[in-house]
Design a protein around this ligand. Structure first.
Ligand code: GAL
Length: 973
């Protein structure tokens, strides 16, 4: 290892400056007629433990220099290809904070690729070598000549290389350091994943080729005209054949056009023609403005139904393929999402192209976060307040804006995430405003909003959002800043933390966004769980999270907080969000039989949608047909009559369902795709007539009641007709705390999951107080309480026979000074493992809890017990089906257990392990089926909320101890 004298100049990877040798940033475009060559593929690779431990001989021609090296896929991260390990931290830097210094242990990946130029590669002009993303610092050589160095991981860097190229045997060598001064600016909450993770491309630049250009395509909503001007460093002509346009660069054209919006992503194909190149343009006409404190596009207020998207793939990390990018956009569109914040760095440029094409509003965020300084007094040392870092900050702002400025989807620039405040941010904002005055600037982490055109917050409670909506938020000390902030539109750049089971409370946020003009929506945190695949010693696959890779510091499963599971399967949170943000609202009035249809879009009418109705009894289809809805404009409503109720003598719960589906195939989903729906219960099933049942009687060790047999001592139900119950029903209040139940350590509000455990609700004891044989009923009285506590639940079970069925009435009366809520209140029973098949009439197909139940559709469902489980990356309470009217649990042979709701529907959960086992599991692979199917029939559940980072459940969803009375009918079917 080389040594460095104390006073020597700092090496480039500890340099505050962003690098040397690269070309000025310029606009990105997907294609032109100039030649290009992808250098993606298999490269030679060697990992060294320190930055300067290895020689640089690999930069030259000698093939022996790579003897013994491995091979690596580029784009890719070496830590996901068997060299070292990934590491996860949220806020904390995983190295001593001593900017610009980085640890001596600085994993360094040497990459080398030998390539030939394709036949006929032009020799005129220039050739540029482009890196679209390298984490975190690179030094580059071509054919033994050093080109330069750079930092700024998720931003492009180009070098002029024409003079160095040879027809064959070019040697491209790249040394990548995991840590650099730039790492201090890249403290985003995600895996640390070094490597060349985006494309490497060689681009021919013919003589007279286009350099940088800026397409200004505004839309004047008062006249319906587009205003087009393309400013180009190299003059040329702008052709838009569809509009009959042929104008010089720099010249302005005004003419009638169809505007671009996320709902109607109308793009016009054009070309920029310079002397040496034809560049494809995709022009979307739209104008973004803040007027009267409201953010408007094309003259109309817009509402963001957004998500925060990190680039993530479980095998590939941030090295996404174009298929994955497309899949993300399609999934967003299909789930009614209309906006993305590119948290917390500019995405691969092709992603923005997809947003232009398929229609998503984008907040493009700079590659910047210095959150780790928050732990030091007054953010001491914060790079955004340290002028030595300012050139690097400006470089990042410039590289983002220059690269992405021609995307109509990008409507807001964001300076970065969680950097506190500092003049460096102001310098970035000033530069961006001067370069692109046509887009507002967003920044959240400075309460004064001094650099931001938008008042942005994360995880604000409903109550606070409401105040802000009224422009009645608490004042800032500085009246000028206060006036600026109060006059700004409001966004929740993050809300509804989608970690584990949840988020709850979405409906109530959406209500506020609809009610207050200033509240222009939000961005759920976040799009996808960043779980990495692992396998147990026994070969069972599971997803790992922080701490599973030998990290010294880590933040556990806080990295798994998305609406999608790591494999991109939508979680119940996604389904719920999709429902809550529907672009069309469908509600029916039971009195009038009228369906109110509201077009909740900002621009489009309803002509893309077809409407239909269905009528079902007990989940079986009776009739259906089209529903005629006028082509309502945005914001308009109409009342539409349902057809007369179809006649049927089928008994059961009668339900109307109405749906809005795509009338035709679109670029993002096929015809018939469900966009919005509503339901109306027309009639509940009639309760069976009460029959006076027999009296309970003792027979030896047991008590008989109708077809049922109970233990004579404990009063536990042993058998119902031919059905034996190995674990009789009894009160259960425990659920395996969700991430949202547990809450985040920094929260000051009650963290219910912690309080439940502290009180011992996971170890309740049942004391038998009496077994009473009455005239018509068997009553079992108990007191259920944890050790060492003075609180308890006086619980009685009253059993009556009705024919072959049993009706069980449960009453739960809290005693003592209860200070906590309850996780839930219900019954738990156990059946033999063979009872693996479940049919129910109730909410489904997926799980639902009190504040996450909007997406639950009333119907008849069938599932295996296994398929009822929601595979949260960190196991926790999951899988409850809400509003259940009846359920049958069945084995392959023999009688089924049927449970019918009496008076009120219940929540149903069935799993092959207990809640205690679920609670103890850390990964899905810890969940091992037992010989019992555990069934929970819950009368009530505590809400879910979003306290893993934000507010807990709203008070109306708190399950407070009170008298509970509920009843169920059990039969052997
Ligand atoms: C925010 C942050 C995100 C993420 C989230 C919690 O504070 O901006 O990057 O850490 O909290 O998951």
């Amino acid at each position: 290892m080389q040594t460095r004298p104390e006073d020597a100049q700092l090496p480039y990877y500890e340099d505050f400056s962003p690098g040397t040798g690269s070309l000025p940033p310029r606009a990105w475009y997907p294609s032109s007629d100039a030649a290009r060559l992808s250098l993606n593929g298999t490269w030679d690779f060697r990992l060294s433990p320190t930055a300067e431990g290895a020689d640089t001989a690999f930069s030259g021609d000698d093939p022996a220099a790579t003897a013994g090296w491995d091979q690596l896929a580029v784009p890719g991260h070496w830590v996901l290809q068997g060299h070292g390990e990934p590491a996860y931290t949220n806020v904390r830097y995983p190295f001593p904070v001593d900017p610009p210094h980085v640890p001596t242990e600085n994993p360094t990946g040497d990459h080398r690729r030998v390539f030939d130029l394709p036949e006929g590669w032009p020799t005129d002009g220039e050739t540029v070598l482009r890196f679209d993303g390298v984490e975190s610092c690179a030094r580059v050589w071509l054919n033994g000549q050093e080109l330069g160095t750079f930092q700024g991981s998720r931003l492009p860097h180009e070098f002029a290389v024409g003079h160095l190229l040879r027809p064959a045997g070019n040697v491209l060598a790249v040394r990548v350091h995991q840590w650099s001064a730039g790492s201090y600016l890249e403290d985003q909450d995600m895996w640390w994943l070094p490597g060349i993770f985006r494309d490497v491309t060689l681009l021919h630049r013919p003589v007279g080729s286009a350099a940088d250009f800026f397409t200004h395509a505004g839309y004047d909503h008062t006249t319906g005209e587009g205003v087009l001007r393309v400013d180009s460093e190299v003059p040329g002509r702008v052709l838009v054949p569809e509009l009959g346009l042929d104008l010089a660069t720099g010249e302005e054209a005004r003419l009638p056009v169809e505007p671009w919006t996320a709902e109607t992503p109308r793009l016009y194909a054009g070309e920029l023609v310079t002397a040496g190149e034809r560049v494809a343009l995709r022009i979307g006409f739209r104008t973004v403005r803040i007027e009267d404190g409201v953010l408007k596009v094309n003259g109309r207020r817009i509402l963001f139904r957004g998500v925060n998207r990190h680039e993530f793939h479980p095998e590939r990390g941030r090295a996404l393929t174009s298929e994955t990018m497309r899949e993300d956009v399609l999934l967003m569109k299909r789930n009614n999402v209309n906006a993305v914040r590119t948290s917390h760095y500019p995405p691969h440029p092709a992603f923005l192209q997809l947003c232009d094409e398929l229609g998503l509003w984008v907040i493009d965020e700079c590659d910047l976060e210095t959150h780790g300084f928050v732990d030091f007094e007054d953010w001491r040392g914060n790079p955004v307040a340290d002028e030595r870092f300012t050139p690097a900050l400006l470089d990042r702002a410039e590289r983002m804006v220059e690269r992405d400025k021609n995307h109509p989807s990008v409507v807001i620039w964001s300076l970065g995430n969680e950097c506190g405040a500092g003049d460096g941010l102001t310098a970035m904002a000033d530069w961006i405003r001067a370069r692109d005055p046509e887009r507002p600037i967003h920044y959240e982490n400075d309460r004064t909003s001094r650099d931001s055109d938008i008042y942005s917050r994360m995880y604000a409670s409903h109550a606070e959002v409401e105040l802000i909506g009224q422009r009645a938020e608490e004042a800032l000390d500085d009246p000028e800043l206060d006036a600026h902030r109060r006059a700004s539109p409001f966004l929740l750049c993050e809300y509804a933390h989608a970690m584990g089971n949840g988020p709850g409370g979405l409906t109530e946020y959406q209500r506020l966004f609809r009610e207050y003009e200033r509240c222009q929506g939000g961005f759920v945190w976040e799009w996808i769980d960043h779980g990495l695949p692992k396998v147990t010693a026994d070969g069972v696959p599971y997803f790992g999270y922080g701490g599973d890779f030998g990290e010294e510091l880590h933040d556990g499963n806080f990295v798994c907080d998305g609406l999608l599971f790591p494999d991109r399967t939508p979680s119940p949170g996604m389904t719920e969000f999709r429902k809550v943000i529907e672009p069309v609202l469908l509600t029916a009035d039971p009195e009038t039989g009228l369906v109110t249809v509201t077009n909740d879009q900002d621009f489009a009418d309803l002509s893309a949608l077809a409407f239909e109705w269905a009528y079902e009894v007990d989940g079986e289809s009776v009739a259906g047909g089209p529903l005629t809805v006028p082509p309502l404009g945005p914001g308009e409503s109409a009342r539409v009559p349902l057809p007369g109720r179809p006649g049927t003598d089928r008994p059961g719960t009668a339900v109307w369902t109405f749906r809005a589906v795509l009338a035709d195939d679109t670029a993002w989903a096929p015809r018939g795709h469900l966009v919005a729906w509503g339901q109306l219960v027309a009639a509940e099933a009639a309760a069976p007539p009460a029959v006076a049942g027999p009296a309970p009687r003792r027979a030896g060790d047991v008590i008989e009641l109708g077809a049922a047999v109970f233990d004579g001592t404990t009063g536990a139900l042993l058998r119902l007709g031919d059905l034996a119950l190995p674990h009789a029903p009894r009160l259960d209040v425990w659920r395996a705390p969700t991430d949202n139940d547990l809450g985040a350590a920094w929260q000051t509000e009650d963290r219910h999951g912690e309080l439940w455990r502290a009180l011992g609700l996971h170890r309740m004891r049942h004391r038998l107080a009496g077994v009473e044989l009455g005239e018509r009923a068997l009553t079992v009285r108990t007191r259920v309480a944890p050790a060492a506590a003075e609180v308890g639940l006086a619980t009685s079970y009253t059993w009556q026979a009705e024919g072959d069925a049993l009706v069980l009435r449960v009453s739960v009366l809290p005693d003592g000074p209860w200070r906590t809520t309850l996780p839930k209140v219900g019954l738990r029973l156990g059946l033999p493992a063979e009872f693996g098949s479940v049919t129910w009439f109730g909410g489904g197909p997926g799980e639902a809890y009190p504040d996450t139940r909007r997406a639950s559709v009333l119907g008849r469902y069938r599932s295996s017990v296994d398929a009822l489980q929601t595979p949260y990356v960190r196991p926790q309470e999951n899988g409850a089906r809400a509003d259940v009217r009846w359920v049958e649990l069945r084995a392959d042979s023999g009688p089924a257990l049927r449970v019918d709701a009496v008076d009120e529907p219940f929540y149903l959960t069935a799993r092959r392990w207990t809640s205690e086992h679920l609670d103890a599991a850390e990964h899905t692979s810890d969940l091992v089926p037992s010989d019992t199917v555990w069934v929970n029939l819950d009368h009530a559940q505590h809400g879910i909320g979003s306290q893993s980072c934000g507010p807990g459940p709203l008070p109306e969803y708190h399950l407070r101890p009170r008298a509970f009375h509920f009843a169920l009918r059990l039969s052997a079917a």
